[in-house]
Design a protein around this ligand. Sequence first.
Ligand code: HEM
Length: 241
Amino acid sequence: MNELLKSPGFLVSTGTVGADLSYLLAVIFTVSFLVAWRMAKKGHGTRHHKLILVSMVSMVLYFVGYYYARSLGALAFEGKEGFGGSVETYENVFLPVLNTHLILVLFGLILTFYMIWEGFRASEQKAGEWVLKGGNLNVSPQKFRRIILWIVGIGVANHLLQWIGRDSFPFGAQIAYILIFVTFILIVSIEKAVEKLLPDGARRHRILGRATMVIFALILCTSTATYLMLYVFYPVTPAGT
Ligand code: HEM
């Protein structure tokens, strides 16, 4: 499998199958999120809701694929050695684009999970069609505390199980797990941060939803730019060629 992922890409020969596959999945999930926005704009709540869930599945597949392939990520993090352009281009163009991309992905991920949770609470089914319902949308402080405690509890239990069940639990893996659970806490915390600012659930869905969609559009631009720089404009040429 690993050999296949490292073989020359199907989009450009300077890429790898792994990098091409993860880029293609990224394009599919971001474009389908944007199409879901168009559907919501046209008032097709149910089609919007369905496409959002399909896009979510392809986004999870993308992250699993990315984790296994790691080609784009590994190359991007290899430092200057993984980049065929000059040091100036690397520092002044490539790194700023890559860092912007990573920050956008983090915000996009947090907002997506939050928006799906908010979307279900802010809408209802009327005659088979999902519609946004007006009115205040709050989580009581007790419920909020309970959710946070559940996340912390599952995080601690997961950590203990990994410790007992694995031969070794490297520091990097421990940090990654902690970050995943901190992200879940952040997702839930968005609720408390925006409840006062945007108390109406439907209005909150539209405003935060549009912000999330703009982030998706920017993710599409920055991932395309990163891919093009790594594999089309500045690929690493093997020594002697
Ligand atoms: C990543 C998750 C989501 C995002 C980013 C998102 C984004 C949006 C945006 C931007 C709009 C307003 C469109 C516009 O006027 O410009 C909207 C409307 C709507 N959304 Fe979502 N949404 C998400 C998830 C959901 C979910 C899970 C549901 C249902 C369970 C849902 C149900 C609706 C409904 C019913 C509307 C109103 C459509 C209409 O105007 O008739 N959304 N959404």
